[in-house]
Design a protein around this ligand. Structure first.
Ligand code: RFL
Ligand code: PHB
Length: 389
């Protein structure tokens, strides 16, 4: 098999890249190790920056998001028994959209299949070779048969646990990483929304987050031990924990409902540099991870492939390599900004078991500053809604 661009991974990065290239007349093949059913059912992110939303609409895959997603103009920070609103739109002129990542995936898969895009599910044994040559190749197995894909470029969009990053030789790579001493316990609940906007709560028992999915399904998270087990958490224990972390002095109360999904995710910050070697380019979680507190992961994946699609079109159509040569440096500027913001939000809102009294006072001081200074609020808001591309 031959194609112009071989893409490993059908997450938001791989699918959107394939879609953007198709709109410019460039063909690609996407290789995904899981089934279509599985990728369309995996519960992950929920918040789209204004720029991500605009891109999906401009490229014809935003129709359902416009109908079913929720535009939010603010978020709430809760601490010390009070809630404080950050008016994103008043401070930045921009907003966010709450629309689940697996819905974005469904929309992109449908668009690629409707355009007869080559999307191979349940491939295995993916191996990338010859990235230093003009003709990199990807070998893999599909439906029990060995196959080989010859490409002009290979793009690793295979997430943090994929194989692409490891193809870049160790001596040219530098990785940066930080693992946090806590995880997030996530639940999906059948209930009406408890709040019009997302609530990020700092509490001495730990962080909690109230988000939403629809008029009847709500998404909530709370800080937990990353090694804890879902089985240790009965529904009653979960509700008691959420109530105590979210309680405040204005009488507001979280609405309970039937919990129908529970999971625990670990939290880390990670950046692999450079994001390119020879004809292999990395995008999204394959190159970088942020803790979810800033709601940045999917948005960074979208920003990477937007940039990469422009550069690939220039290279393939017009023979101009500058965009591809600048890709890693340009993408990493946005990545590091998001890394800092995600680390900042995580540090601001979580309980660190080893924090001294001094550090706890600093955290409270920072929270009070963020909700009282217009300059500090604007800084948080412009990072949260996403900096312009
Ligand atoms: P993905 O989504 O991990 O997709 C990678 C795909 O590659 C496949 N794959 C392979 N395929 C072939 N061969 C191999 N060897 C392969 N290895 C892997 C995988 O099966 C998969 O389908 O990466 P991508 O496209 O870079 O997208 C990144 C986002 O998924 C991620 O950053 C976000 O989910 C992070 N995130 C959030 N991001 C936001 O922008 N806003 C949010 O509100 C937000 N909330 C979150 C989040 C992530 C969370 N978890 C689960 C860590 C909330 C949570 C709880
Ligand atoms: C979500 O709705 O899943 C969500 C919202 C905000 C975050 C992370 C996840 O910061």
């Amino acid at each position: 098999m031959r194609t112009q661009v071989g893409i490993i991974g059908a997450g938001p990065a791989g699918l959107l890249l394939s879609h953007l290239l198709h709109l410019q007349g460039i063909e690609s093949v996407v290789l995904e190790c899981r089934s279509r059913e599985e990728i369309e059912a995996t519960i992950r992110a929920g918040v789209l920056e204004q720029g991500s939303r605009d891109l999906l609409i401009e490229t014809g895959v935003g129709e359902r998001m416009q109908r079913e997603g929720f535009v939010h103009h603010g978020i709430e920070l809760s601490f010390g028994g009070r809630r404080h609103r950050i008016d994103l739109t008043e401070l930045t002129g921009r907003s966010i959209t709450v629309y689940a990542q697996h819905e974005v995936i469904k929309d992109l898969v449908a668009a690629r299949l409707a355009a007869q895009g080559q999307l191979l599910f349940e491939v295995s044994d993916v191996n990338i070779a010859d990235i230093d040559s003009e003709r990199p190749t990807v070998s893999f197995a599909h439906k029990g048969e060995a196959a080989r894909l010859e490409c002009d470029y290979v793009i690793g969009c295979d997430g943090f646990h994929g194989v692409s990053r490891g193809t870049i030789p160790h001596h040219v790579r530098k990785d940066y990483s930080r693992v946090y001493p806590f995880g997030w316990f996530g639940i999906l609940v059948e209930a009406p929304p408890s709040s019009h906007e997302l609530i990020y709560a700092q509490h001495e028992r730990g962080f909690a987050l109230v988000s939403t999915r629809s008029a009847t399904v709500q998404r909530m998270y709370f800080q937990c031990d990353p090694h804890d087990k879902v089985e240790h958490w009965s529904d009653d224990r979960i509700w008691a924990e959420l109530h105590s972390r979210l309680e405040n002095d204005d009488g507001w109360r979280l609405t309970e409902g039937r919990i129908f999904q529970k999971n625990i995710v670990a939290m880390r910050s990670f950046v692999a540099t450079p994001m390119r070697h020879g004809r292999l380019f990395l995008a999204g979680d394959a190159a970088h991870i942020v803790p979810p507190t800033g709601a940045k992961g999917m948005n960074l994946a979208i920003a990477d492939v937007r940039l990469l699609a422009l550069a690939l079109v220039e290279a393939i159509r017009n023979g101009k390599q500058e965009g591809l040569e600048r890709y890693s440096d340009t993408a990493l500027r946005r990545v590091w900004r998001a890394e800092h913001f995600s680390w900042f939000m995580t540090s601001l809102l979580h309980s660190f078991a080893d924090a001294s009294d001094f550090q706890r006072q600093l955290q409270r001081s920072e929270l009070e500053y963020v909700v009282s200074s217009r300059a500090a609020m604007t800084s948080l808001a412009e990072n949260y809604v996403g900096l312009p591309f």
